[in-house]
Write a new protein. Structure first.
Length: 170
């Protein structure tokens, strides 16, 4: 149902047994979905390669006001107009592991090298020396992997990102 989205429409429309979608007539692509549980969710709808796609902007009230949702929809419409694909970008971002997820995996793969260094002494020195030492014990396959630091700067950035995880793991 195509309607101009307004705060009274959003807040006063009762939920129905199935999701109800209101297509907004005022901002290109901004729609409102009301779930049977009564949640009001802003969505952005667009077409890419002859397929209709929807991206959730967020919940009305706690996350977004109508004004903020309109602004976000304009940004997303601009991305689509410039050949972007917001849904694909969100999927791609979700597939990248966070440091919390990656830390234990990294340690599992490379812990033997770090443990050998720790047995000798606690590390205290520049990232370049640490990278050189790690490269000595690492296999060629490990050094070629996408996750292995190639430069001292990458090693330093990795240490900054992984230190909190290492501290939590003990």
């Amino acid at each position: 149902m195509k309607k101009k989205l307004s705060v009274p429409l959003i807040t006063k429309t009762p939920p129905e047994p199935k999701d109800k979608l209101f297509w907004g007539s005022d901002a290109h692509g901004l729609d409102l979905k009301i779930t049977p549980a009564g949640r009001r969710i802003y969505v952005f709808q667009y077409s890419r390669n002859n397929r209709t796609r929807r991206v959730t902007i967020g919940k009305h009230g706690s996350e977004f006001t109508l004004h903020e949702a309109r602004s976000r929809a304009r940004d997303l419409a601009h991305t689509v107009a410039n050949s972007g694909d917001p849904a694909a970008e969100i999927r791609r971002a979700k597939s990248i592991p966070t440091i919390e997820e990656f830390g234990p995996i990294y340690l599992e793969r490379h812990a033997y090298i770090v443990s050998e260094l720790v047995k000798e002494k606690a590390w205290d020195g520049p990232a370049k020396e640490l990278l050189d030492l790690l490269n000595i014990g690492a296999s060629e396959e490990t050094k070629r992997s996408r996750t292995w630091p190639k430069t001292p700067q990458a090693m330093g950035m990795l240490l900054v990102r992984i230190c909190p995880v290492l501290r939590r793991l003990g």
